[in-house]
Design a protein around this ligand. Structure first.
Ligand code: C2E
Ligand code: MG
Ligand code: MG
Ligand code: MG
Length: 282
């Protein structure tokens, strides 16, 4: 009877596991075909200068329109893409699509602002990354100063590798932004070693900033640090007026968050931000 109980327990557990594994394998298979089937799309979230509410940048964020499951967020499929090596193909698609879209916006009289593209660590450590990105810029006709690559602190851990990559990108005129700043293994010495144009204060410091004095102090410190190092600074995840007021008070001039705009389709960006007369009251 002990044996039987054990067997039942095992079967139950095993069924659950098998089901999860099957789901994952299915998703992997679907993801493999997603690019060819044109199921990936980009949404774009404006970055706003608070002094005049103008759009000073925009971040490309990938989504997967799955044939049966609907829109899947990058938090779900980027880890699978990284595990399976599909991230390089997806990353290339994202870069090309984002650069082509920004070039088209520039041609259509949209604001001359850079587009931010997230890089995964596998892409970042690709040999010849700079050359490969330059070829995408050439292909799409976007000038290098209008591309901003978002990397995280942990990607820079291998300082000897990263110095080479970042210096090369910088020499080509491509901008570098440190995403999710304050959540990784940050070393302040990296900040002066590397050519970094912008730091993005992570949303986790913003969420409770109206009540939490530690968060307030950390955010004020990051802003002051960026200013001293002549870097731009932007806060992510601003959802309320109260949060915005604190950031304005701490002299953070740029913000990205639902308070101003959720990530939007390209058409919605054009409608909300490009129509003359509406650009200034975004
Ligand atoms: P991230 O680069 O830090 O992007 C910001 C995330 O926060 C986005 O989620 C955005 O929709 C969300 N967000 C923005 N404002 C607010 C706000 O006010 N409140 C809240 N609650 N959330 C806000 P999303 O689009 O789901 O992307 C999640 C993460 O997936 C990104 O974080 C980035 O790390 C990754 N990711 C997205 N697109 C790509 C891509 O093309 N390539 C790679 N490698 N990673 C990507
Ligand atoms: Mg980002
Ligand atoms: Mg972030
Ligand atoms: Mg269009």
């Amino acid at each position: 009877e002990v044996k039987k109980k054990g067997k039942n327990g095992y079967q139950y557990f095993s069924n659950e596991l098998v089901k999860k594994l099957q789901e994952k394998i299915e998703l992997e298979g679907d993801l493999r075909k997603a690019i060819a089937k044109n199921e990936l799309l980009l949404h774009y979230q404006p970055q706003i200068r608070t002094s005049d509410n103008s759009m000073v940048g925009i971040e490309a964020l990938v989504r997967w329109n799955h044939p049966t499951k609907g829109i899947i967020s990058p938090g779900v499929f980027i880890p699978i893409a990284e595990e399976t090596g599909l991230i390089n193909d997806i990353g290339t698609w994202v870069l090309r699509e984002a650069c082509a879209q920004m070039r088209q916006w520039h041609d259509e009289g949209g604001p001359l602002i850079p587009i931010s593209v997230n890089l995964s660590s596998q892409q970042f450590h690709q040999p010849h990354l700079a050359e490969y990105i330059m070829s995408i810029l050439q292909e799409t006709g976007l000038e290098p100063q209008y591309l901003e690559l978002e990397i995280t602190e942990s990607m820079m851990m291998d300082a000897t590798v990263s110095t080479g990559i970042l210096n090369k990108l910088n020499e080509h005129g491509i901008r570098i932004s440190l995403d999710d700043f304050g959540t990784g293994y940050s070393s302040l010495s990296y900040l002066k070693m590397f050519p970094i144009h912008k730091v993005k204060i992570d949303r986790s410091f913003i969420r409770d900033i109206t009540q939490n004095n530690n968060d307030k102090a950390i955010v004020a410190t990051i802003i002051a640090m960026a200013q001293h190092l002549n870097m731009e600074v932007i806060a992510e995840g601003i959802e309320t007026k109260d949060q915005l007021d604190i950031l304005t008070d701490k002299d953070c001039g740029k913000i990205q968050g639902y308070y101003f705009s959720k990530p939007l389709s390209a058409d919605d960006v054009e409608e909300a931000f490009f129509v003359p007369g509406r650009a200034s009251n975004a």
